[in-house]
Design a protein around this ligand. Sequence first.
Ligand code: ADP
Length: 408
Amino acid sequence: MTDRLSDVDVVVDSLLDTAPCGFVTFADDGTIRAANATLRDMLGYGRDELQGRRVESILNIGSRIFYQTHFFPLVKLHGRAEEIFLLLRATSGDDLATMCNAVRRQRGGEWVTDCVFMRVHERQKFEDALLRAKKAAEEANEQLEHQALELEMSEQQLLEQGEELERQRTLAEEANRAKSAFLATMSHELRTPLNAIGGYVQLLELGIQGPITEQQADALARISRAQRHLVRLINDVLNLARIEAGRVEYNLAPCNLEEMAHAVLPMVEPQLRSRGIRYFVEIAPELTAYADREKVQQILLNLLSNATKFTPANGSVTVTGAAEGERGERVRLVVRDTGVGIPAERLAHVFEPFVQVDDSHARRAEGTGLGLAISRDLACGMGGDLSAESQVGVGSAFTLTLPASLPA
Ligand code: ADP
């Protein structure tokens, strides 16, 4: 099939007509000289409808502007253009995405531009996908930047909070030191007049300043008991204050557990006997702690006298010792009694200063509520710990753990 055009001698032969791409040739002023059937079909034009029209009329508005500002100037300058993306406008109003190659040449005494158009459905799909991906990436990036900013801010906040915490910690430490120093001084100042009271009571009791009646003796005994209680309380407060102020020195050395238990037992034996409490010691002879002997004995004495205080007649107190840890790197001393026990909700608090589970009971037992607090502090000071288990009406077990003294 041939198209014979009136003004230019352009032959669109059947091969070009049926080629799988659109073809158009237009003059420098934009007038279409010829188009193949593929392009006409693509855009919905009839046989002779395209020639004589302006080439811009088959472009959509965006491509029309692009044609005028870039495409045609480029073709004019270089004589060709390749892989230019153009949207063609069909008669139906649809836009068709195409890729265009163009060559400008002289034919029949005039300059014309020959263009082929390839549909780019797939490519556009890819480009759309790419565009979407790019947009998503940009959004993700934006989000990341936003998050980075937030992170930076919270890091700053954390830093500030850290500084604030540090400041408060220092303040708390200072307050605690001041409190301990105050307590130490106070206790010391209180002990002197209390000792004087004790001395004068003894003088009166001895009748050196004249005979006293039975009633007076009774009153003096009460004064004396109260005085001894106060001295004990003050000594405990002083001890705790010293430990908390870090003013206690630990002379660490290997100490045999069995020996220490036997050194302490005589001090509580009279009470145990007088109340009919049986007692047992089960400690392997070779068990040795690396600790301060005096402090361990102080803890043990406290645990034993508590066990004695809170165990009714005919009960029993048992001290056991054992190695702990895979290599026996710790030793354990347990003081177990069959006494009144401690309710679960109070058990966690017995190591706090001035805590007594049952005030009436403790008062009867003349405690200060400081013994366990001091004992635990001392245990920790030697690299060990003190813990308790108990069941009301069954008994209590206090466990002292200490670093073992292992042969090198
Ligand atoms: P206290 O001088 O009052 O004995 P502690 O700190 O040694 O002070 O003990 C605190 C409290 O813990 C006691 O008042 C008592 O209520 C309870 N407690 C300690 N040991 C025992 C025990 N073996 N059995 C029952 N209660 C105990």
